[in-house]
Design a protein around this ligand. Structure first.
Ligand code: C2E
Ligand code: CA
Ligand code: CA
Length: 680
């Protein structure tokens, strides 16, 4: 039979199948029983009919022989008719020895019974009888009907009872188990209801099955709970900052969108104020006091901000690094201003780190929704820009975003794209600013300073585009280009003038994390030449970077003979302790212009310079003063023991073409040249 036809006739329910099997077996048994009963009945009936027939024959045999002897034909007929009427006899015949025969009914060729007819020892003939076989079959059929009827009834009843038993004992419980497992929703919940069967406590296979299932369900629930807690943890990690426990950047975006949505569907009575808060001087603290101190400051700052914004039912999140974003529903701009001021005040309180106290301010950019932007990115970008303005305005203050800042954003973007073109087209230029030895007023060398003039933007100040290039990574290409070209240039002047000029090149700390640095240092021929007249100007931040990769690169460059000087010393978290610590790396300290400016008025700065010079001297590190513009400054710095000077007093940075003229002039009359004579 084809498989699908078989399938169609298959019972899908266990109960039905069991009943079907049982009934089939019953029918087979019944058939066997009925057939054997009927066979027995047939044999008994047959025997009865034959016995009857024989009895009848025995009864009339003698009389019949006598009437034949007497040739009493009437008696013979009466006897034969009487016999013929007997129910057990179907037909009969007498065959006389003389040849006559009498027949009642039709006889088979071979009769069932035969009897000889004798009288007084004389053979008179024989009697042949066929018994009534219909009698046997009728009887058997009657019996069969009764048996079939009663057994069918019995089988039906047994089948019915059996299906009830199967249902109550098995299938009902199986269905219950199935139903309990169908409802899987309770398995993902924190608890589950074990399956319980509605029956006495048997210790059978069903109980085993239920027990196993319950155990499996319990494990599933446990697994589900573990997964849920893991997912919660993941969710937390994705949205919260582990250090401060504040929502993170990802969360901010979602939250701001909700806030904006809320505003859009409100009566617009209150707006949304957003603060971009950046800690002032955090990087220096982090670099100098270590990351754990930095972490503690971030945690403390978070606590302060959270406390403050709780009063306004606001929201505080960590945007990244030392930047926080806070929002709250506010009625007016002046209210936002008030809160910004409160933030500044919260940071006036000093931070306690171990035994020391530390003052750390913050700069804040403020934007309002909906005025300042429609999207979270736009709001954050503008708040960030406003924050930078606050930093420029002298830190520890706040600025609201205004349209003039839009210009900054656009300019930034323009610079980014245009700078890329300028680098590619080699449209950058290098200017050189002389470095003067204060001990003998000789020309020591030059600092290479990059210049960029764009067709549309005009001259773009390095102060403007260098920070952008640092952010985009373009600075690596700029610095390596300046490095290579200025070395070749100064090499020429060294030959032409037979003077050991040095070249000092600015090298951004971000370059040390650039993936191109390694191959650049390895491949560039300069690093094989031991050029001890090439100096790299780096900021304090670099030497404080304890990243092993950075240390490795610095070592590699030191090996190649390069020298390092610290640029803008005095603007960061300058510490005498660090000079000591990094003495093995440093050749020179370049004291920042701000420092130099102060020196005329401030006694304490003078004392500080003195101690820097003394310390540097003891470590064989030279000191250069940047931005010297007046003779007075020069005088003081020289008297304090400064080794070198750089500034407009001597010369502004100039294009390479003007340098040979300057060198000649300087060599003749070193003191007389002043910035006034120099082209800017
Ligand atoms: P810096 O390294 O401190 O360079 C000295 C800056 O001070 C130069 O500004 C120079 O023109 C200016 N300067 C020198 N003497 C005086 C003075 O007597 N008075 C005043 N007011 N200023 C003086 P410049 O060239 O605009 O460069 C600004 C900054 O841009 C540099 O500061 C340096 O940090 C960065 N920079 C310039 N060129 C490069 C470069 O090729 N690579 C990198 N990474 N940074 C560069
Ligand atoms: Ca410099
Ligand atoms: Ca400098």
């Amino acid at each position: 039979m084809p498989q699908d036809v078989k399938k169609r006739f298959r019972f899908n329910k266990l109960g039905h199948r069991l009943s079907f099997y049982f009934i089939s077996i019953c029918i087979v048994f019944t058939l066997i029983t009925v057939s054997s009963l009927l066979l027995r009945q047939y044999i008994v009936d047959r025997e009865t009919v034959y016995t009857e027939g024989e009895k009848t024959i025995n009864a009339v045999q003698e009389q019949l022989a006598r009437s034949l002897w007497n040739v009493d034909q009437d008696s013979t007929r009466i006897l034969l008719e009487g016999m013929y009427r007997m129910p057990s006899i179907h037909s009969l015949r007498i065959v006389e020895s003389l040849g006559n025969s009498y027949e009642y009914g039709t006889l088979d060729s071979e009769p069932d019974l035969k009897a000889a007819l004798e009288f007084n020892g004389q053979d008179l003939g024989r009697l042949e009888v066929d018994v009534n076989k219909d009698l046997i079959t009728d009887n058997v059929i009657d019996q069969m009907q009764i048996i079939i009827l009663s057994t069918s009834l019995m089988i039906g009843m047994i089948g019915f009872i059996l299906s009830i038993i199967v249902r109550r004992a098995v299938t009902k419980h199986l269905s219950a188990i199935r139903d309990a497992n169908l409802d899987l929703s309770n398995i993902s919940a924190k608890s589950f209801t074990p399956i319980k069967l509605d029956r006495p406590d048997y210790d059978d296979e069903l109980s085993d099955l239920v027990e196993t299932l319950n155990e499996a369900r319990r494990q599933t629930v446990e697994f589900g709970m573990a997964r849920e807690s893991y997912e919660n943890q993941l969710e937390y990690q994705a949205n919260f900052d582990v250090l401060t426990d504040l929502p993170n950047r990802r969360h901010i975006d979602r939250h701001l969108k909700e806030d904006m949505h809320h505003y859009d569907h409100s009566d617009h009575r209150s707006k949304l104020a957003m603060f971009f808060i950046d800690l002032d001087g955090f990087k220096e603290v982090n670099d100098s006091l270590g990351h754990s101190a930095g972490d503690r400051i971030l945690q403390e700052s978070s606590t302060r901000l959270r406390r403050l914004f709780e009063d306004y039912s606001g929201y505080v999140a960590r945007f990244g690094g030392d930047e926080f974003i806070a929002t709250f529903q506010c009625i007016s701009r002046s209210k936002a201003e008030e809160v910004a001021e409160e933030i500044i005040n919260t940071f006036k309180e000093s931070f306690s780190l171990n035994d020391s106290q530390l003052q750390l301010g913050c700069s804040i950019g403020v934007v309002m929704y909906p005025e300042d932007g429609k999207s979270t990115e736009e709001l954050i970008r503008k708040a960030d820009t406003a924050m930078y303005r606050a930093k420029e305005a002298g830190r520890n203050t706040f600025e609201f975003f205004d349209q003039t800042m839009m210009h900054d954003i656009l300019l930034n973007n323009t610079i980014k794209t245009k700078l890329q073109g300028a680098i590619a087209a080699k449209k950058l230029e290098i200017h050189y600013q002389p470095l003067i030895n204060l001990k003998d007023m000789s020309l020591t060398g030059f600092e290479a300073l990059v210049r960029w003039e764009d067709d549309d933007l005009g001259k773009v100040r390095p102060d403007l585009f260098i920070p952008i290039a640092e952010k985009t990574g373009q600075i690596f290409d700029i610095d390596t280009w300046v490095f290579e070209n200025s070395i070749e240039q100064v090499r020429e002047w060294r030959t032409d003038f037979k003077q050991d000029f040095i070249i000092s090149v600015n090298f951004s700390s971000t370059n040390f994390h650039h993936r191109g640095l390694h191959s650049w240092v390895n491949d560039h021929k300069v690093f094989l030449q031991r050029l001890d007249w090439v100096e790299l100007e780096v900021t304090e931040r670099l030497v404080l970077d304890d990243d092993p990769i950075v240390t490795k690169r610095i070592d590699q460059m030191l090996q190649a003979g390069l020298r390092f000087s610290i640029d803008d010393f005095g603007t960061g978290y300058s510490s005498l302790g660090y000079i000591k610590k990094f003495a093995h790396i440093l050749s020179k300290i370049k004291m920042d212009r701000v420092f130099v400016n102060e020196i005329i008025h401030s006694n304490s700065d003078r004392a500080l310079v003195k101690s820097i010079v003394t310390l540097a001297d003891s470590l064989s590190i030279e000191v250069l003063a940047e931005g010297i513009e007046t003779r007075k400054q020069e005088e003081i710095l020289a008297s304090l023991g400064c080794d070198y000077a750089q500034g407009f007093l001597y010369a502004k940075p100039m294009p390479a073409s003007e340098v040979p003229g300057f060198i000649q002039q300087w060599n003749q009359t070193p003191h007389i040249i002043s910035a006034k004579d120099q082209p800017s």
